[in-house]
Write a protein that binds this ligand. Structure first.
Ligand SMILES: *[C@@H]1O[C@H](CO)[C@@H](O)[C@H](O)[C@H]1NC(C)=O
Length: 344
């Protein structure tokens, strides 16, 4: 789950502590390194940041499957009105996960390498290859503009019938992305995205799925943080960071998609990798590192990330020269949050 760990309680000034220095690598345009101080996130939910303090983390394997069949086939459902440029941006992120995606370092596929370190009880690792196997546009909002955790399965049921999607038990997952005018139960208050699995009574069979919404009009300061900050912070308060692709809603959403895909792959039936004793409120590999994007993060810092010559922030590269800002995930090997832009 992605709880909106990122609203804030206290609003001290943002110290733009800019430890800038010339980038060591000379790929594409130049960039500098920055580690902006941001207000502490609200930890109203299960989300906690454990940066470095691995003693507190008891991430355990509960004997269930992980997504080890390769490739992971994503069946995408675009729910509501989705402009093409936003679809392309999200698809470029998803297609950057596989090692075959040509990208400068630090890359999205290096980020996913940490996810692929998780194994099941047979020793099989999470697949390194992720494809988009099918797409369905539900631009007429077949189940309305106000969805719930259950009705999102009706949306999947409709997509399965009308796309139509094959029954892909071995490799398939569903990814449901809702447009900025669609509300979801608990959205903005308790979650920015979630993953679960479908019920035979709703969809016809059981398959893992994830849902993520575009928060641009509803709660960007919660679900697209740090690209938006609460209104009451305006005027002398901390400034939002510039998103890498100029789209606050979608650039923020991409980190949530990344978070959910990482968790879904390592805990697809909610009986594999999670911390805590309660499977109905598991703390998963993305939750452990929420709000952390680089080395030196924690205590109000997102960590060291890159800033291009137009002031846009990012921490990894994708295909076709795209840049993204994606949170880190927990490494089972390092027993700490890890990402490709780590300064070792
Ligand atoms: C599979 O996971 C194990 C355990 O984390 C790791 O040591 C190994 O390198 C991984 N293998 C691949 C091919 O990623």
């Amino acid at each position: 789950m992605t709880p909106p760990a990122l609203h804030f309680l206290i609003f001290a000034a943002l110290l733009l502590l800019s430890k800038t220095r010339a980038a060591a690598d000379s790929s594409q345009t130049e960039y500098t390194l920055t580690n902006p101080k941001l207000p502490p996130p609200n930890t109203l939910s299960t989300s906690k940041k454990y940066e470095g303090s691995s003693d507190l983390v008891n991430l355990r394997y509960h004997m269930g499957p992980v997504l080890s069949s390769s490739p992971i086939n994503i069946y995408l459902v675009w729910y509501g009105r989705w402009p093409n440029y936003q679809k392309l941006l999200i698809k470029d992120f998803i297609l950057s996960i596989s090692p075959a995606a040509a990208a400068a370092k630090p890359s999205v596929s290096d980020w996913w390498r940490t996810v692929s370190l998780y194994t099941d009880q047979t020793g099989a690792n999470v697949s390194r290859t992720v494809l988009i196997a099918g797409e369905h546009s539900d631009h007429l909002y077949s189940h309305g503009k106000s969805l719930t955790r259950l009705s999102v399965q009706q949306v999947i049921g409709t997509a399965v019938e009308s796309a139509p999607f094959p029954v892909d038990h071995k490799n398939g997952i569903f990814l449901i992305l809702t447009a900025d005018d669609v509300t979801m139960q608990d959205y903005c208050r308790a979650v920015c995205g979630f993953h679960y699995f479908t019920f035979p009574s709703m969809v016809g069979y059981t398959m893992p799925y994830a849902w993520i919404g575009n928060s641009a009009k509803q709660c960007p300061e919660v679900c697209s943080y740090p690209f938006a900050v609460p209104g009451y912070m305006a005027g002398g308060g901390p400034a939002a960071l510039k998103p890498p692709n100029g789209d606050v809603g979608v650039d923020g959403m991409i980190s949530v998609i990344a978070h959910e895909l990482a968790e879904l792959s390592t805990n697809p039936l909610v009986n594999a990798w999670y911390a805590g004793e309660d499977p109905t409120a598991p703390t998963e590999i993305g939750d452990l590192c929420e709000g952390l994007y680089g080395t030196g993060g924690g205590g109000g810092y997102i960590g060291q990330v890159m800033r291009d010559n137009k002031g846009r922030t990012f921490n990894m590269n994708g295909r076709r020269g795209r840049r993204f800002m994606v949170q880190w995930v927990w490494s089972p090997v390092l027993k700490a949050c890890a990402g490709p832009n780590a300064l070792d």
